[in-house]
Design a protein. Structure first.
Lengths: 267, 334
């Protein structure tokens, strides 16, 4: 079993603050982390490897050179090998262009690591929140997809994926090769071990640069190759004019709340 | 591809019983405005099995045309069957824009379809407008966990596609049904559908957690204190016919299943009434519920950020406030 896990290095959005004067995001000093959903994808791969020790887990990321830190973190947790896709011509890509570059990268890495039976991604990255790159990569590859996965297990020539749905959990059967995106499961992903961490720190991370894909269609990558572009960004306005209720005790506050809600025909 | 018409499409997702999901009907409201500015028709695309009810709903909420694909292979949503059907229709008719509800299925389908059609997609929009000169849709969406809003355009590719959050737009009042109905004889072979449902494990208690379609949500957070604390939340939810939601803190603590989670790593909701109980209001939670019409917050901490987005904020102990509120509601309803 050969699994590719796609990860993204993202700013920890829980640490982002708004500049109260300029009303813009303060990104300086915000730590970079492995996108948590990608961590769940890696955990899902690691759980397959727990039961099938001959499984190989390869990690792929696209980003600036410092994104090697994200790959090293994955190596320390569970991955066997990692590749960084990094090049100036890739910058400014929207999700469609990004997924096209990743598609080319998958094909390139397969030349080196063998064909992947399954590709795992996070449901979405917490900076962009689009949830588009996984399904778009599946489409470029022509693979079936399962989104909102929690866990997966091998069953003969099929992958059985537990998928979160409104009614509970659906078990979906899908043939290889396939692509699965993962959401947050009920369990915590494993931590790196000291031994793996030291090995990861020493690991050389191969970089696939601008010249790594001689056959790539350059009209489909980067800012110019992206169908969508950002026209403007702004910080959302805070709601104002709410009513604060604090009567002499909780019972009185509750009654007051009920009066206001019924008077406004809300309940 | 090139657009063949100036029409705007709304993909109306259906339930397994053939009714329309609310968001599809809601999107006919902005769709009407946008189709008008683009100078084309408003077209509802209904795909499912036994979808007469969904077609009727689209017809009564302003669609000029309705394209219907009806077959047993569309009863349960699958990426493959729906992507084939929708792409086939787009290639045949060539709309200039398309709106899809940002449900789990909509967000599964949208990127698959836009990639196959080689066009741009903007996910999870909360505001829509049209530049009348170019016909470009201005798609506005939150990013960075709701810290930042971005307006996206797709100037050179058609159709321009966006997924739009449930609850952002309201269903219009019913109008006279006068849409032209086009039945497409379109079928997807079994072997083209590469995923199969093996089993459905219902959540304990057998409840269906439909947060995205809920009109009222009562949510609990860290202040609920433990799994038994959710009994108090459920009591109010049952009284109001509401769905139970939760913050990440409550889910991470293991007090309630993740299917109930509202926020960036959970569901995005847009109910008429959202009651946040013992939820401090981290930006990631606000990102998932700020589309609610009315927000009520109950929290002990007067400085909790949830009060910044609340229309009605009660500073107090939820375990004392909620039971009184339940009694008052029951009294008023006799």
């Amino acid at each position: 079993m050969n699994i590719l896990v796609c990860v993204k290095q993202v700013p920890d959005t829980t640490e982002i603050k708004i500049d109260p004067v300029k009303n813009t995001l303060i990104r300086d000093g915000v730590p970079s982390i492995v996108n948590p959903f990608d961590g769940y994808a890696l955990e899902a791969a690691a759980r397959i490897k727990d039961k099938n020790p001959d499984t190989k887990i390869v990690v792929l990321t696209m980003g600036p050179p410092q994104a090697t830190a994200a790959i090293k973190e994955c190596l320390a947790i569970a991955a066997d090998k990692g590749y960084l896709v990094s090049g100036r011509t890739f910058g400014g890509s929207d999700t469609l262009a990004t997924s096209y570059i990743l598609y080319n990268a998958v094909k390139k890495v397969e030349e080196l690591e063998g064909k992947f039976d399954a590709i795992f991604c996070g449901k979405q990255a917490i900076d962009g929140d689009t949830a588009q790159v996984g399904p778009e990569l599946a489409e470029h590859l022509g693979y079936p997809q399962v989104t909102y996965g929690l866990e997966a297990e091998l069953d003969g020539d099929m992958l059985k994926v537990k998928k979160e749905v409104e009614e509970g959990v659906e078990v979906i059967g899908v043939k290889f090769p396939c692509l699965v995106t993962y959401t947050k499961p009920a369990w915590d992903p494993r931590y790196p071990t000291i031994k793996r961490k030291m090995a990861a720190n020493r690991a050389e991370i191969p970089v696939l640069g601008d010249d790594a894909f001689p056959d790539i269609d350059t009209t489909r990558i980067g800012l110019k190759g992206s169908p969508t572009n950002v026209k403007k960004t702004f910080v959302p306005q805070k709601k104002t004019g709410g009513v604060k209720i604090k009567e002499e005790d909780n019972t009185a506050s509750a009654k007051k709340l009920f009066e206001l809600l019924s008077a406004a025909s809300i309940i | 591809m090139e657009a063949k018409t100036k029409d705007l499409w709304v993909f109306v997702e259906t339930n397994e019983d053939g009714t329309a999901k609310n968001v599809g009907i809601e999107l006919l409201t902005p769709g009407k405005m946008m189709a008008g500015k683009q100078g084309g028709a408003l077209v509802a695309v209904v795909i499912g099995s036994g979808v007469d009810e969904a077609v009727k709903a689209a017809n009564e909420h302003g669609a000029d045309k309705i394209i219907v694909v009806d077959g047993p292979e569309f009863k349960h949503y699958t990426t493959d069957a729906y992507a084939i059907a929708l792409c086939t229709l787009v290639e045949k008719y060539g709309p200039t824009s398309m709106l899809i509800g940002a449900t789990n299925n909509g967000r599964d389908l949208g990127p698959r379809v836009s990639c196959r059609l080689h066009t741009g997609l903007t996910a999870d929009c909360t505001a829509l407008d049209i530049d009348e000169e170019t016909g470009n849709v201005a798609w506005t969406r939150p990013a960075f966990g709701g810290n930042l809003m971005a307006t996206i355009i797709c100037p050179n590719h058609r159709p321009q596609i966006g997924t739009v959050r449930p609850g952002v737009f309201k269903k219009s009042d019913a109008v006279e049904a006068k849409a032209e109905i086009i039945k497409e004889d379109l079928h997807v072979a079994e072997d083209q559908i590469r995923t199969q449902v093996i089993e459905l494990i219902k959540e304990m208690g057998g409840e269906n957690v439909d947060l995205e379609g809920a009109e009222i949500i009562v949510s609990g957070g860290r202040g609920v204190g433990g799994p038994e604390g959710f009994d108090t939340i459920k009591a109010l939810a049952d009284t109001l016919g509401a769905t139970v939601g939760a913050s990440r803190a409550a889910v991470d603590a293991g007090w309630i299943a993740h299917a109930h989670q509202v926020g960036q790593t959970g569901k995005t909701v847009g109910p008429k009434l959202y009651i946040a109980c013992g939820i401090s209001g981290a930006i990631q939670h606000l990102a998932g519920m700020s589309g609610s019409d009315v927000v009520v917050a109950i929290n002990k901490d007067p400085d909790a950020p949830i009060f910044d987005v609340a229309d009605y904020g009660v500073v107090g102990n939820l375990f004392e406030v909620l039971p009184v509120l339940v009694d008052e509601i029951k009294k008023a309803r006799g």
